[in-house]
Ligand binder design. Sequence first.
Ligand SMILES: [Fe+2]
Ligand SMILES: [Fe+2]
Length: 267
Amino acid sequence: MAELELFELELWGGVPLERYRALRPEIDDLPWGTLDPSSISEPALIAARKAWTGAAFQEFRTGAACAATLEALIKARAPLDLIALAARFPLDEMLHVEICSRIATELGGAIELIYDPEKLVWEVPSSSPLMTAAHWVVSNFCVGEALSIPLIQGTSRASTHPLIKQALRRIVVDEADHGTFGWHFLDWASPLLSTEDKRDLGHTADRFIRSVLERWQKLRDGELIEIHQAEALGWMGSEEYLELADHSLQRNVIAPLVKRGIPITPP
Ligand SMILES: [Fe+2]
Ligand SMILES: [Fe+2]
């Protein structure tokens, strides 16, 4: 096992920062400096700091997963327009990482998060270039990204603070392309995939869905208490959120996979 590391981030500054800001200037338009932690109750503040540190880490992992998927798409010689669209995703995710970490900072700072860098991305079975790419796309996009859009939208609706609301809206705008990418890929790849290939992809989707369900179960077992103020700050642990998550899994993930001939074992 690799040595565990503390999830800490920095901006380097100078020309790289200028070029990054020129590519994605939207971050400067968010109403930074408007959160006042002294007006928030201690339990709500802790729940929100945890939620935003966790969100930054999830965006970071998704960035790594998008980059791995991109490499697999290139190796599979997927259509150039599909590859080019996917090439934007890692940059989007880095912007989301920055947005989430800056919100955690405004709330009083990130909580300590230790992680294994070797396990940052999900493992997929290695196969032919096309099937390897398909395993990456199915897990990261058809399950992961397709599921995150309705959940971020739901959180954005529940949030009342302008910074939180606008930050989540910004993320949702980018995620729209991420959430549909998997379906475009499968619509292209489908005629090239055998029934057996689709069954294997179904197993990958099943495994990924199970890992998502385990994460939700932890939320259910943990602090499932109504902290209304925390919800307004983008905390994602309420019963309502988990109901939306279950519903979104059926509607946005399982149904479109099954429609494309990818069999899913009911979770
Ligand atoms: Fe993201
Ligand atoms: Fe994304």
